[in-house]
Design a protein around this ligand. Structure first.
Ligand code: GUN
Length: 291
């Protein structure tokens, strides 16, 4: 039997609908939640992510402020823009689109973002708060994945979750969140140094692919009935498409959906949830600032 589709687009719509009244209440007090976005260089995937984030803001009646810098700018140029955003009362959330060009220290830039406006949840302060379990902005993709799992009724308590990928943005925070008492999964983290990857993935009740490797997860790597979450967004060459490429996830969707119990599609799974959690954090930040 084919797997149940975990519809991130639908859930994202529901969460966004819940933000509407909160944004209206802020507007009644003269506050419009504002997201400031810094894009460095012209990487096509980054340009398209940033455009999608700004479009989502405008659809909800939120402000977005975009700044662009050329790929050959200095770290100092980037830091200056971040400091301007930190000081601007109309800015409630700051997003520096990653990756940054080679030669720029991402950690150095991220550390400049005020933790109170760090709606990506990337600063060391917010990561520390997340690990301890203190109130903080949770990173958007991991937060979106957790919401999608919870809302879909997937049992997490006592489940074995296998995370394939160890990035700072997704794999590491997700592994941490899954161990929270409220979720209570037992977590294995796999990465490029993992021997016999399939041995691990086949033991997963919940398998989360976030390695950035196109269609890495094949059907024979999945336990029958497992919940499979595909965080991957990869452009692969496809001469049959006008653009010359198509998007695939980290999971071989067609084959795995015959084995899994539930699965996220790409696109329409995790992606819309990431953007929605960014809006959610920005609204939260505006509410805190208005208190
Ligand atoms: N690049 C890929 N995903 C993200 C994200 O969630 N936030 C930022 N800032 N950059 C990214």
């Amino acid at each position: 039997m084919p797997a149940m589709l975990l519809d991130g687009k639908k859930l994202a719509g529901d969460v966004r609908a819940g933000l509407g009244p909160r944004i209206a209440a802020l507007a009644a007090r003269g506050v419009v939640p504002g997201l400031a976005v810094l894009l460095v260089g012209e990487d096509p995937a980054s340009v398209s992510y940033v455009t999608a984030k700004e479009k989502a803001c405008s659809e909800l009646g939120m402000n977005s402020f975009e700044r662009r810098l050329p790929a050959d700018c200095s770290e100092g140029d980037i830091v200056r823009v971040v400091r301007e955003f930190n000081a601007d009362p109309a800015v409630h959330g700051i997003l520096v689109q990653l990756p940054l060009p080679k030669g720029i220290s991402e950690s150095r830039v991220i550390e400049e973002i005020s933790p109170e406006k760090d709606v990506d949840g990337f600063t060391p302060v917010n990561i520390g708060r997340m690990v301890i379990g203190d109130p903080c902005f949770l990173p958007c993709t991991p937060h979106g994945v957790i919401k999608l799992i919870e809302v879909s009724g997937i049992k997490t308590a006592g489940a074995h979750a296998v995370v394939v990928g160890r990035s700072n943005i997704v794999g590491k925070p997700l592994a941490n969140l899954l161990t929270r008492k409220s979720i209570n999964a037992t977590v294995t983290v796999c990465h490029t140094g993992t021997r016999d990857l399939a041995e691990h993935t086949r033991r997963a009740d919940i398998l989360i692919a976030c390695a950035g490797a196109p269609e890495l997860i094949k059907a024979d790597m999945v336990k029958p009935g497992a919940c499979v979450i595909d965080v991957g967004v990869n452009r692969v060459d496809d001469a049959t498409k006008a653009k010359g490429w198509r998007l695939v996830g980290d999971v071989d969707f067609r084959a795995v959906s015959e084995i899994a119990g539930s699965i996220t599609p790409v696109p329409g799974g995790v992606g819309p949830m990431t953007i929605t959690m960014l809006l959610y954090n920005t609204v939260e930040s505006a509410e805190r600032a208005a208190r």
